[in-house]
Ligand binder design. Structure first.
Ligand code: PEP
Ligand code: MN
Length: 335
């Protein structure tokens, strides 16, 4: 339930209302806006008489909130969340470009790609170290050694680094990691989400292969309920009947998630498409739809990549795309 308070409410009446709610074990999460104050009521509000609350002098309006997520909900937090990560900001009109290989393969490889994508305007570097592969016989990633190499690339370029966690017991390796990615397959690994909620690291939460918007937001809620409000949502394509593309990029996810939540929304056209030829048009579509940025796989030798070569852009192609995206972003913002 949310209560919109009248402007300049009578302080003693407001205190009485607060006490009344507390007696009913309902806690108040206030959001103080420029014009109005909103109280998010958390707890079992089902027993509260909405008409009684609406009749109070200090109350302008009251609504039952249907959505089961509160911390991620834009209704309680009308302003966009903006995260400061190293020298870059995510959300709130900033263009985030996360680029890098699917997997970290060697220090030389990740450093070379890091230098190239930085020159092209990437704001963060990605690279998988713990890899969720469909087959146990596929390359599983360099694990903690991969994170060490990624950190070396960060030292070299200054780019903040993004890498995926698959198990809470690996958290000890993630000290130097700026953004912890939760992959599509782990979006509903609730125990992992709870552990990440206890950290204060930014979490890039990817949408599960068949997750609804509400399920994605409930997973964000798991992290935020633990006190970690630094969550970034990421649409990465969903399962549909279409097999031509690896997944189907759900462009609707961008405006819907931005409407429902204040969290930044990124799009990963690489895993959506599965084919490098489609990455450029899909990236542009995502940005035109209002995404806060993109996550794009870039490899210096896609033919020999240990994972996801077919969907990886070469650095030259990323360079062209990054320039186009920057111009497109300006145009979208000017609307
Ligand atoms: C990845 O980003 O490398 C990855 C495995 O993505 P997803 O979880 O979206 O499949
Ligand atoms: Mn990949």
């Amino acid at each position: 339930m949310i209560v919109i308070l009248k402007r300049n409410p009578d302080p003693s009446q407001l205190e009485r209302f607060r006490g009344w709610l507390e007696e009913r074990h309902v806690s108040i999460h206030p959001t103080i806006g420029m014009n109005q104050t909103i109280w998010g009521l958390v707890g079992d509000t089902s027993h509260l008489d909405i008409n009684l609350i609406a009749a109070l002098d200090v109350v302008d309006d009251v609504k039952r909130v249907q959505e089961p997520y509160k911390d991620a909900n834009r209704k309680f937090h009308p302003e966009d969340t903006v995260l400061q990560i190293g020298g870059t900001q995510v959300g709130g009109g900033n263009l985030t470009l996360i680029a890098g290989p699917c997997s970290v393969e060697s220090e030389e490889q990740i450093c070379e790609i890091a230098k190239a994508v930085k020159k092209s305007g990437a704001t963060m570097l990605r690279g998988g170290a713990f890899k969720p592969r469909t087959s146990p016989y596929s390359f599983q990633g360099l694990r903690s050694e991969g994170i060490r190499m990624l950190s070396a690339a960060k030292e070299l370029t200054g780019l903040p680094i993004v890498t995926e966690i698959m198990d809470a017991s690996h958290l000890e390796y993630f000290d130097s990691v700026d953004v912890i990615q939760v992959g599509a397959r782990n979006m509903q690994n609730f125990e992992l989400l709870k552990v990440l909620g206890e950290t204060r690291k930014p979490i890039l939460l990817k949408r599960g292969l068949s997750a609804t918007y509400e399920e994605l937001l409930m997973s964000a809620e798991y992290i935020m309920a633990g006190g970690n409000e630094n969550v970034i949502l990421c649409e990465r394509g969903i399962r549909t009947f279409e097999t031509f593309t690896r997944n189907t990029m759900d462009v609707s996810a961008v405006p819907v998630l931005k409407q429902l939540s204040h969290l930044p929304v990124l799009v990963d056209p690489s895993h959506a498409a599965g084919k490098y030829q489609l990455v450029t048009p899909l990236a542009k579509a995502a940005l035109a739809a209002g995404a806060d940025g993109l996550l794009i796989e870039v490899h210096n030798d896609p033919e020999h990549a240990l994972s996801d070569g077919p969907q990886s852009l070469r650095p030259e192609a990323f360079d062209r795309l990054a320039g186009q995206l920057q111009r497109l972003h300006e145009a979208v913002r000017a609307q």
